[in-house]
Write a protein that binds this ligand. Structure first.
Ligand code: LLP
Length: 416
């Protein structure tokens, strides 16, 4: 996985020597390769043709990264008032934002109405009435999508499965709720029903679950009539290890187009995609320094200067990453190490990492594919300040998020 970082005998990231980046910005360090994000935005737009594409900003809403996405011609989806704020600060207009959420606050709905955002995705019956009132009070007609639970079970980790019948999200197609929701929205003058939305799950290796969901939505659209749009959520997976083999984006998009054609027959809706992880995940790499090497029985640990506070995914989802020794890229990576974090519990980052046998204290360890759901899910566990994010492009490094200081960790607290 690390060959792409090798330039001659040394390692570079976006045209900058890794050693220089670490010398300037320290470790642990989130690196983002802007060229990868731009290339993926381009690839998706060219595969997607007329489809609407909104980046799911929950994956990483670092402002300077959102700017790159906006320059790439994509819109954005937000799941909270904070993500709306991030999109606005990064330069998106309200008309480019879609709002999600299964428990939106009045503050969020009100902001969405005032900003004239592109779509609000309705998730519950109570929300229909609440939003209609807010829209009436503002004398506006708000465009909405009805989020449906299509009753399909994607094969992915339980915590990121959302398409099944008993999900907390949206309206169940199978028990008739989705059709009722469509009718309830249509009964409100201040709401304009544009279509349907689903998101079946995340880190999916192919479009099977999407295709099944589209079939269900096609059936629903025949009963509901006049569905102009179908947003198929995000979900396309990425490579965390050399063994991961996700479908290509063009094959994924084509299979969605094909499925919609078949399911909707003469009434073709406009299609929307909402990728998060696929756009930014592989653009990111986290750099750590080895703090301790320790052998216990047959295991050899390397403990690094980060862990579950900067990457909670192994703990939360059993996510498996790969690593390489960025100080010794030329050496064979043929010894097995357990990479441990520095937190006060068993926060294993990688159970079985292949590294050079000589890996030792002071070496830099790089973990690729950390651009999605790492920085945005980071915490201050054990009172560690969160890492910096540096965006690298064309041989230049841009400090997008500065490293938190120890004072910032305490900034909201008072003693009695
Ligand atoms: N649209 C909606 C409505 C979503 O809920 C999500 C992700 C996406 C789009 C983007 O999905 P993606 O393309 O990134 O798979 N924290 C978890 C992932 C949670 C995903 C939540 N929803 C993780 O680290 O794996």
């Amino acid at each position: 996985m690390f060959e792409r970082f090798l330039v001659g005998p040394s390692l570079e990231f976006g045209g900058v020597a890794l050693e220089d980046l670490v010398a300037e910005f320290g470790t642990p360090l989130y690196l983002l390769d802007a060229a990868v994000v731009r290339a993926r935005a381009r690839a998706l737009r060219s595969a997607g043709g007329e489809a609407h594409i909104a980046y799911a900003s929950k994956a990483n809403s670092t402002l300077a990264l959102l700017q790159i996405i906006e320059q790439g011609g994509l819109d954005v989806d937000a799941a909270s008032i904070g993500e709306i704020e991030a999109a606005l600060r990064a330069g998106f207009g309200g008309h480019q934002i879609t709002l999600h959420g299964n428990a939106k606050t009045d503050v969020e709905l009100h902001a969405a109405v005032q900003l004239g955002i592109r779509r609000i995705v309705i998730d519950d019956f109570v929300e229909i009435g609440r939003l209609a009132l807010l829209a009436e009070a503002a004398d506006k007609r708000v465009s909405v999508l009805v989020r449906v639970a299509p009753g399909v079970d994607p094969k992915t980790h339980l915590a990121i499965r959302t398409g099944q019948d008993d999900t907390k999200f949206g309206f169940n197609i199978g028990n008739g709720s989705a059709l009722q929701a469509i009718e309830a929205v249509r009964a409100q003058k201040s709401l304009h029903l544009r279509g349907l939305h689903f998101h079946v799950g995340s880190q999916l290796m192919n479009s099977q679950a999407h295709v099944a969901a589209i079939r269900r939505c096609g059936e629903l659209a025949r009963d509901a009539d006049g569905i102009e749009e179908l947003v198929v959520g995000g979900g396309l997976g990425i490579r965390y290890t050399p063994d991961d083999n996700p479908q290509s984006v063009s094959a994924f998009v084509d299979s969605i187009f094909h499925a919609v054609k078949r399911a909707f027959k003469n009434d073709q809706p406009k299609i929307g995609f909402e990728p998060g992880r696929w756009l930014v995940g592989e653009a990111g790499t986290t750099i750590y320094r080895v703090a301790v090497r320790k052998s216990v029985g047959r295991k050899t640990y390397v403990a690094v200067d980060g862990g579950m506070a900067d990457n909670p995914r192994p703990q939360l989802y059993g996510a498996v990453y790969s690593a390489f020794n960025a100080s010794k890229p030329g050496e064979d990576h043929d010894a097995t190490f357990k990479i441990a974090g520095r937190h006060c519990e068993t926060d294993t980052l990688i159970e079985k990492a292949k590294l050079p046998p000589s890996t030792d204290v002071g070496d830099l360890i790089a973990i690729p594919s950390t651009g999605a759901y790492n920085a945005c899910m980071a915490s201050n566990y054990n009172r560690y300040p969160r890492p910096a994010t540096v965006i690298v492009e064309g041989g230049e490094a841009f400090l997008a998020v500065q490293r938190e200081s120890i004072d910032q960790v305490f900034v909201n607290e008072r003693l009695r």
